[in-house]
Ligand binder design. Structure first.
Ligand code: SF4
Length: 411
């Protein structure tokens, strides 16, 4: 089980060795100006005040109307994680402060923290008892937390409550001897942290599946069995130690990385359930198959908000957020399913009026596309991932406006 002590248990300077602090240090006022300086955007506030639709450069071919998604940007978990990180710096100005990974997947936020002296490290050999370690919003593995606890350093836990809900779910499965099938990316820190929770239980097993293609392989194995060695080779990095598909696919419970594509997660759970039903029948399935949708509400809201753009006649959608941000990548995937869209990390992606550097859906590397900004009056959809500061989105808006003001209106 995961336990965290809260700061309300503490006297101001009485941190016990290995203590995990989960509540605010009560320094919100002190960090407010820094947060505004680093993340606020006047133009985004203006667009929100205008009802999320804002027209600039009116009355000419250069008119551009921005449609801001009804749900976008920092989620509750990221808000809290960023605030706690800033408070930690304020609370321990003279201590070495480490992060076990990027606090969230946004380069601007991580850069700001590094500028404040917070170091990202997985090399715990250099962490000392008197140091402070921040656990990121998407969690840390059980072994990382245990190693830091044994070192005796204070840990500041910014792990999102929605991630903790997934942990509870897979721990429950593990306790009952049910294999956790986790829809997620096995290399993502959140999924690594979630799967590590299972291993704290004697009967804990897990299998991570990325997409429907992998689920088809799993379903085939459930229905007909198959070549165990081949199965284990394919899922080598995605299963718990000693995983045996012949026995460990008989009882299963589905969970998700919180930021996956919701529609895909639901479809994956349905496919797995169908396979168990085909193989073992109704009564057995009811007793031995579990499914709890653990997509977080912030992810769900942002994905639904993109779908609202379907009813608008947009020329393009700009999806803004870290290239390694799972939820931003999924927003880009949804947007591309019905209109032209570009996933950019920040305003630097808008190279010029002619060129945009962006990450195509499903790819790891960016490409440059020409003629991305059409001439004539424009309707542009805007959204940003749960880890993207409004300031980054605002800079994108300003850059588009600066291009438009220079664009040749006669063409
Ligand atoms: S995306 Fe969801 S799980 Fe992740 S930090 Fe935000 S609210 Fe929490």
């Amino acid at each position: 089980m995961y336990f965290a002590m809260t700061s309300s248990h503490l006297q101001p300077d009485a941190f016990e060795p290995g203590q995990i602090v989960r509540k605010s240090f009560g320094l919100k006022k002190e960090i407010q100006n820094d947060l505004v300086r680093d993340y606020h955007s006047d133009i985004i506030e203006k667009i929100i005040a205008a009802g999320n639709v804002y027209t600039a450069q009116d009355g000419s071919d250069r008119t551009v109307t921005f449609h801001l998604a009804s749900s976008f940007g920092f989620c509750y978990g990221v808000d809290r994680a960023v605030e706690m990180a800033y408070e930690t710096k304020q609370r321990f100005p003279d201590k070495k402060i480490y992060l076990t990974a990027e606090i969230i997947h946004n380069p601007r936020v991580n850069h700001n923290l590094q500028e404040m002296g917070v170091q990202i490290t997985t090399e715990f050999s250099k962490v000392q008892k008197e140091d402070v370690v921040i656990l990121p919003a998407f969690g840390a593995t059980s072994s990382q937390i245990e190693e830091l606890r044994q070192k005796g350093c204070v840990m500041v836990d910014t792990i999102c409550g929605s991630v903790l809900n997934v942990w509870k779910r897979v721990e429950q499965y593990a306790e009952e001897g049910i294999t956790s099938v986790i829809h997620g990316k096995y290399y993502h820190e959140e999924t690594q942290a979630t799967s590590s929770r299972v291993l704290g239980y004697p009967k804990g097993k897990y299998l991570v599946v990325l997409n429907m293609e992998e689920v088809s392989v799993v379903c085939d194995y459930i229905r007909k069995g198959g070549n165990k060695a081949e199965f284990l080779k394919q899922f080598e990095k995605q299963v718990s130690p000693g995983f045996d598909p012949d026995t460990d696919l008989k009882r299963m419970g589905v969970a998700n990385q919180t930021t996956m594509l919701m529609s895909e997660s639901l479809a994956i759970a349905a496919e797995l359930q169908k396979a168990v039903l085909d193989r073992y029948g109704d009564v057995y399935t009811q007793e031995n198959f579990r499914n709890f949708d653990t997509i977080c509400s912030a992810t769900e809201d942002r994905q639904n908000a993109i779908l609202e753009f379907k009813n608008k006649k947009l020329d393009l959608i700009l999806v803004v957020g870290g290239y390694n941000s799972s939820n931003t990548n999924n927003l880009a995937k949804i947007a591309l399913s019905f209109t032209k869209s570009y996933h950019i990390e920040d305003a630097r992606g808008l190279v010029s009026i002619q060129e945009i550097r962006h990450k195509p859906v499903g790819k790891f590397d960016t490409i440059v596309t020409s003629d991305w900004l059409p001439k004539g009056p424009l309707q542009i959809g805007l959204t940003s991932g749960a880890s993207t500061p409004n300031q980054v989105l605002g800079e994108v808006v300003e850059r588009v406006m600066s291009f438009r003001s220079r664009q040749d209106s006669r063409a």
